[in-house]
Design a protein around this ligand. Structure first.
Ligand code: TXA
Ligand code: MG
Length: 329
């Protein structure tokens, strides 16, 4: 039976910690997106995450900690850079990939010898982590390849029948997943852009980050295409100057159309639903997944996403849009 979210008061958090100690799954809010948590030191509990999400076993999970001081329990050969980034950005939307300790279950790391760590900045996540006392493996609480949840109700829709408890801590502030930096190699690398910018990271690192585009040919080998976190309705990413004409063509063709609009307004049409997005990158990111979910729920034939600015401030938004949509040729 599908369970309903429970408001995350002190009592609910204690119960959630108890369930986690028993090896059960608990969904909880973070500042980025909702996570599907399990005891990271319990390989069986972690296996439950993969089963609930239908996630392939070689996709590694992020281990969430209450405090940077817990890093040595999970990672070894921790470079100074990691402590500096932790000092500046934790708790916050940053995950760091480090060399894992032998004790970290391979189920958590997808068989790799590295582990991703993060201290989230959400009062409920931090209270839960403190009550639980250990590390929580927690991917986004959505089924594999679906849109990440930014509200407790989204989790209930997707995983309500697969978790022991869903803690409700309101809508997520950041709205897109954490920035991931890999510190396990010779040079720090950006693996996933997020709210914390490249410039902010480099200011602390005092050296350039290797960016995904620099290694794109290496990791995007044939058959290893970036996973698409897509709505079920086909969504097309559309340059600003093509939006009006595209919309007109699809509407003339009798299609029911949704538009995620950044700057443009479109003439009203009975088959057209427009969602106007916030003008700032942070505001847009916060609203993005809920907006895609809303459009997806309207049973439309197509979604057109008006492309926002192609600047550094919009890196995380453009990355997620690239994964949620097909580019218009
Ligand atoms: O904001 C977030 O990080 C959210 C919240 C819940 O904290 N979690 C999240 O988890 O986005 P997930 O599982 O949806 O994404 C984890 C990402 C994946 O892209 C995975 O490949 C990467 O982290 N990752 C985890 N461990 C890694 C490792 N050892 N090496 C490289 N990448 C790793
Ligand atoms: Mg995810």
């Amino acid at each position: 039976m599908a369970i309903k979210p429970r408001w995350a008061d002190a009592e609910a958090i204690q119960e959630a910690a108890q369930l986690l100690r028993q090896g059960r799954l608990v969904a909880f809010p973070t500042e980025t997106v909702y996570g599907l948590g399990a005891d990271a030191s319990n390989a069986e509990a972690v296996a439950g995450i993969f089963a609930a999400k239908s996630r392939p076993a070689d996709h590694p999970l992020i281990v969430h900690l209450a405090d940077a001081a817990m890093m040595p329990g999970w990672a070894e050969e921790i470079p100074d850079m990691a402590w500096q980034l932790a000092e500046r950005f934790w708790p916050g939307p940053l995950a760091m990939v480090l060399r894992k300790k032998a004790s970290v279950p391979l189920a958590v790391t997808g068989g790799q010898d590295t582990v991703a760590l993060r201290v989230p900045n959400h009062p409920v996540a931090l209270q839960l982590l403190r009550a639980f006392g250990g590390g929580l493996a927690a991917p986004s609480a959505n089924r594999f390849c679906r849109i990440s949840p930014t509200q407790a109700a989204h989790v209930a829709e997707e995983l309500g029948d697969a978790v022991a408890m869903i803690l409700d801590g309101g809508a997520c502030q950041v709205g897109v997943e954490s920035t991931i930096v890999d510190l396990s190699g010779p040079q720090p690398r950006l693996l996933r852009p997020g709210q914390i910018s490249v410039a902010a990271l480099e200011a602390v690192l005092r050296q350039p980050l290797v960016l995904p585009e620099a290694v794109a040919s290496e990791i995007r080998a044939p058959g290893m295409m970036a996973v698409h976190y897509a709505p079920q309705t086909v969504a097309l990413l559309c340059p600003v100057e093509q939006l009006q004409a595209r919309a007109q063509t699809l509407l003339a063709d009798g299609q029911r159309l949704g538009v995620l609009a950044y700057a443009q307004t479109l003439p009203a049409h009975p088959h057209l639903q427009v969602l106007a997005m916030p003008a700032t990158a942070d505001g847009y990111a916060q609203a993005l997944y809920a907006s895609l979910r809303e459009l997806d729920g309207w049973q439309l034939d197509r979604i057109l996403v008006e492309q926002p600015p192609q600047t550094e401030a919009w890196r995380a938004v453009n990355d997620r849009l690239g994964k949620a949509t097909l580019a218009v040729a």
